[in-house]
Design a protein around this ligand. Structure first.
Ligand SMILES: O=C(O)CCC(=O)C(=O)O
Length: 313
């Protein structure tokens, strides 16, 4: 596939358009990848491709199609250096600056999602349901995790389909939600009051800041910029209120949405093996890390792909 945007995909992130290579059309017969659905609600395994090699544009366009159709895709047996992971990320869009979290030394676009054996079960980086950095004006479109070291069991990641979360609500509630804006903030994740918790993550360096207390409004129902489909856009980690509502009123509705939006029938769950890559769309998914293992090291490298300002109905 060729178009005017594809010429500069290897240029710096600054000159990389938000969608450097659009997805192939819906229903396209894949030629460069094999896509197998992984779970009922979301998720597909992509095989037949080595992400460390330079990918033809059409392969990138096919992967993008698979992400639009399945929301999160998984690749097995990959071996990407941080540079190669960054290169792969750039094919899907510019780097999205990651606030608060210190990057891997020498690789400013890569963060290490790391857990050391001495960390206790029950809480981990990303272990509350969330959509990445929804507190930003333009939250990232996608995130890419590559497993470098994983425990022999557990520490899975779960994703939940927010198209389904929206479409399974009654028409009346759907209509009400379409008129509302959620208030998002990093205050319960990265403000100074959270520094103690981050200090207990032995493998990661997080610098909390009062800037995390800033708030931003986004539509509670987000229209996906590429599929045009409505998705619920509120999460337990970052959505702290509803514009124009009192806190005690907003809490009732948001608590309901939080438990509705991550029910098991909307989710898929991935058990990591070394070499796995997961690439997901934050615009229509929430995800969480399962904090159920101690005594083992876990290290994944993450790159983050920029996205657009969330659109409402
Ligand atoms: O470690 C995981 O399984 C997920 C990490 C996470 O939530 C994130 O990278 O946003």
């Amino acid at each position: 596939m060729t178009n005017a945007h594809t010429t500069n995909v290897h240029a710096g992130a600054e000159s990389n358009p938000l969608i450097p290579i659009p997805a192939v059309a819906e229903g396209h017969a894949y030629q460069h990848i094999v896509v197998e659905q992984y779970a009922g609600a979301c998720g597909a395994i992509i095989s037949g491709i080595d992400l460390a090699q330079p990918l033809p544009d059409v392969a990138v366009a096919e992967i993008r199609r698979a992400i639009l159709d399945h929301l999160v895709v998984f690749f097995r047996d990959q071996s990407l250096s941080p540079e190669q992971q960054v290169e792969f990320s750039h094919r899907f869009g510019p780097y999205n600056h990651v606030p608060f979290i210190e990057p891997v030394a020498g690789h400013p676009e890569v963060i290490a999602v790391a857990r050391e054996p001495q960390e206790t079960q029950g809480f981990a980086f990303g272990s509350l349901w969330h959509s990445d950095f929804s507190f930003l004006p333009e939250p990232p479109m996608g995130s890419i995790l590559h497993a470098i070291e994983v425990p022999p069991y557990g520490a899975d990641t779960l994703w939940s389909n927010q198209y389904l979360a929206f479409s399974t609500l009654s028409p009346g509630l759907q209509q009400t939600l379409r008129t509302l804006r959620g208030i998002h903030s990093a205050t319960n994740a990265y403000s100074k009051k959270m520094q103690g918790i981050h200090d207990s993550f032995a493998g990661m360096r997080v610098q909390t800041s009062d800037t995390a207390n800033e708030v931003i409004e986004h539509p509670l129902v987000r229209i996906h910029a590429e599929t045009g489909r409505p998705a619920l856009y509120a999460d337990q980690q970052y959505t702290i209120g509803i514009a124009g509502w009192a806190n005690h009123e907003a809490k009732q509705l948001l608590d309901y949405l939080y438990q509705h939006s991550v029910q098991p029938a909307f989710t898929c769950r991935w058990q990591w093996k070394v070499g796995d890559v997961a690439f997901w769309d934050n615009r229509c998914l929430q995800h969480m890390a399962m904090a159920d293992v101690s005594g083992h090291r876990r290290l994944l490298h993450r790159t983050t792909v920029a996205g657009e300002r969330p659109l409402g109905s």
